[in-house]
Each structure stands twice: as C-alpha cells, then as structure tokens.
Design a binder for this molecule. Structure first.
Ligand code: ATP
Length: 140
C-alpha cells in the first residue's frame, strides 16, 4: 500500500518535502491558504487544496485525521503553526512533524504534543559546518 502524507504550508521547506515524497512514490495531500502555491503544487502532489488549517471544521472536512503522518511547514506565522498542531493532535493524528522557527516555538510545540520538531535552517548550518571541518571534499 502507498504511504500517504499531508503537507501543510508550501514554502521552500514544505514544497521540497512534497516534491521528494512524490518522487519516492508516496501519495501527498498538499495544503496552503495561498492560491498560487496550490496551483503550482496541483501538478506535483496527488491532491492540492486551498485551506486554512487553523479552522477545525476545514480540517475535519478534509479528513486529515485519517492520514498517518502530517508535516506542518508553516514557518513565519507561529500562531498558525501552533493552532494547526493543537487541532490535529486533538483529532488524534498519530505522527505530526512540525517546522520550528525558534527555540520558544519548539518548546510550545513539544508541550502540545508535536511528535517531531525540526529546525531545518539551524540543522543544515550545523551539518555544513561539520562537513567543512571534517573533509576537503565539499559534499553537503
Ligand atoms: P520557507 O520554507 O519558504 O522558508 P517559511 O518558513 O518562510 O517558508 P512561510 O512562508 O511563513 O514559511 O509559510 C509557508 C506557507 O505556509 C506559506 O505558503 C503560507 O501561505 C502557508 N500557511 C500559513 N498559514 C497557513 C494556514 N493557516 N493554513 C495553510 N497554510 C498556511
């Protein structure tokens, strides 16, 4: 059976997750409030919809609770990221990965039950610095 994911927020981070999951053969429901983003991902994701995930009724109507894994890639709007996480956790979604904007954001996300909290910019910076120190070959 195909793996199924929901990606909320189609910025650079969320967008690259959608592309890679699809390349790896997964089914992906891509969601954003922005029409242009959704139009762009309509050709890439299994399904792309315009929706505001801080609205519980909208989340229910999309059946997001039936997906195993949801990735919340809303960056700048910390309130929207926290609200979306809270609603999905309350609805019983098993695995939620959330992009944190800073350490305080990460702490709130952990407290409300986010299963995986990621810091892509920070972690990539650490990785690149480590690779630069440990190798002559620049392979990031
Ligand atoms: P990048 O990954 O490009 O660095 P970013 O961290 O700056 O992105 P944002 O651009 O703030 O993240 O957010 C990513 C996307 O999340 C945007 O396209 C935005 O429209 C979408 N978004 C914000 N709030 C919501 C919401 N409540 N429901 C759905 N999508 C949302």
């Amino acid at each position: 059976m195909k793996k199924e994911f929901v990606v909320i927020g189609l910025g650079r981070f969320g967008g690259s997750i959608v592309r890679e999951l699809v390349r790896l053969g997964a089914d992906v429901l891509a969601i954003d409030t922005n029409q242009e983003k959704v139009d762009e991902f309509a050709k890439i994701a299994t399904q792309a919809v315009i929706a505001d995930t801080t609205d519980e009724d909208v989340i229910k109507s999309l059946g997001i609770r039936n997906f195993e894994h949801v990735i919340i890639a809303i960056g700048e709007n910390i309130q929207n990221s926290i609200l979306t996480t809270l609603i999905l956790k309350d609805l019983g979604v098993k695995q939620i990965t959330v992009k944190a904007q800073n350490d305080y954001h990460a702490r709130v996300l952990e407290k409300i039950g986010a299963d995986f909290v990621v810091h892509p910019e920070r972690d990539m910076g650490i990785r690149i610095a480590n690779n630069m120190m440990s190798s002559n070959v620049l392979d990031y």
